[in-house]
Design a protein around this ligand. Structure first.
Ligand code: PLP
Length: 415
């Protein structure tokens, strides 16, 4: 048995769409990107959607759009992929990390404590596909006390008049919050279309704008399309039509546009996402829950509650009363049975760069606690019933034998 962790979904329709792009003679940003943006708008009901070449570059652009710069603070959870912090650092600002709740998403109470008069934005991460407690976060940033602390320093900051809420929705395309697409819960929602994500363009990302009504989403869309292509007022596609060679540079933009050949992959996937691919992920998640909930050591992931439903991007198993070393051993043993598993995430304060920058994992006890006992199982449409049966058997046999051989510390001490 050899089960991959998260291979991309490539069926004939994906291949056909890519071949069509190749044969069309147009492979960089053009009609396929526009079509993908329209599909994202349709799926999420967002006001507008802009495709870029990664989540990371999209986040850098949106922080720059809001005027985030040196001296500013942006609040993020310690428990995420490094990109959540790096986009802030690339704007010269300071990531202020806070701890998470037991559902693995950022804890609104910790956000409240971390807000200062330098706080310009919050990036909340929909870990594993589960939407954050957006109502809790919005109550805080809209409160009059917190609004009074806000010091606007750019046109956009003046216009918004409060802390900007960005969703790191790298995991959560298709997830639901309060009965709607979770993308509608923040001012700006950014999806990742990296190869391992639910919908992929190999590398890519998509920014959904749902800013308050006093922002004009068509104007912001047009601005961001230009800004994401070196600030050039016409893209190569527009220039290639007729005698349209002359262009101008309007801003000090970034070069982060998505090519059509990449959009083609995501386009063929997103067209069957809601109807077919997402339900398969859900089915696998429910099967894992059903099989593992019989075991006392299993802490199930939160997949759905009264306000939200996950996009089933990651299936994070947590195991009661084990140490980080035991977890590592369990992973090694599962991998030896031919099942590739993963950990989401090593909290950023444990990574060398962030440690050197002064972040200390001791300040994020719940992030460490969750990380130390976490194992992510494979979950994707290509898994067969036999595959998931095999994965469940492998996890159960390895964990049970680990727990038999290494009794929890408390028990060892009582003699
Ligand atoms: C994958 C991921 C990103 C980065 O996405 P890219 O498209 O690779 O830039 C950001 N945040 C989280 C939580 C992710 O898992």
């Amino acid at each position: 048995m050899n089960i991959a962790f998260s291979p991309p979904f490539i069926d004939q329709s994906v291949i056909d769409e890519v071949v069509e792009s190749l044969k069309s003679g147009w492979i960089t940003s053009g009609p396929k990107v526009k079509e993908l943006e329209a599909e994202v708008v349709q799926l999420t009901k967002s006001k507008s959607a802009i495709c870029v070449n990664s989540w990371t570059s999209g986040a850098i652009m949106m922080l720059k759009w809001f005027g985030i710069k040196e001296g500013d603070e942006v609040i993020i959870p310690a428990y995420s992929y490094c990109a959540t912090a790096l986009c802030i650092l690339h704007c010269g600002a300071t990531p202020v990390m806070v701890d998470i709740s037991d559902d693995l998403t950022i804890d609104p109470l910790q956000i409240k404590k971390a807000i200062t008069n330098k706080t310009k934005a919050i990036i909340a991460v929909d870990i594993a596909g589960l939407p954050c407690n957006y109502n809790g976060i919005k109550t805080i940033i809209r409160s009059s006390r917190i609004r009074k602390l806000f010091r606007p320093e750019s046109e956009e900051q003046l216009k918004l008049g409060r802390i900007l809420l960005i969703a790191d929705a790298a995991h959560s395309i298709g997830s639901i919050y309060m009965g709607h697409s979770s993308a509608l819960s923040s001012d700006i929602t950014i999806f990742s279309f990296h190869a391992v994500k639910n919908v992929t363009t190999a590398e890519g990302g998509c920014i959904c704008l749902n800013l308050p009504g006093f922002f004009n989403s068509i104007e912001e869309y047009n601005f961001l399309k230009i800004f994401s292509l070196n600030g050039q007022n016409k893209d190569a596609y527009a220039k290639s039509r007729g005698a349209n060679w002359r262009y101008d540079i309007l801003y000090k933009g970034l070069k982060i546009n998505m090519p059509d050949i990449c959009a083609a992959i995501g386009l063929a996937q997103i067209r069957q996402y809601k109807r077919r691919l997402l339900p398969i992920r859900k089915q696998i998640a429910l099967k894992y829950c059903q099989a593992l909930c019989n075991f006392e050591w299993f802490i199930p992931p939160l997949l759905k509650d009264s306000s939200r439903e996950s996009s089933y991007h990651i299936f994070p198993v947590r195991i009661k009363n084990i140490t980080e070393a035991q977890r590592d051993q369990i992973i090694e043993d599962i991998v030896n049975l031919g099942v590739t598993v993963n950990v989401h995430f090593v909290p950023m304060p444990m990574l060398t760069y962030f440690k050197k920058s002064g972040y200390n994992i001791e300040n994020y006890p719940n992030s460490y606690k969750q990380y130390a006992c976490e194992i992510s199982l494979p979950i994707y449409p290509g898994l067969s019933d036999e595959d998931t049966d095999y994965i469940i058997d492998a996890v159960v046999s390895v964990v049970e034998s680990q727990l038999r051989n290494n009794k929890p510390k408390e028990l060892v001490h009582i003699q």
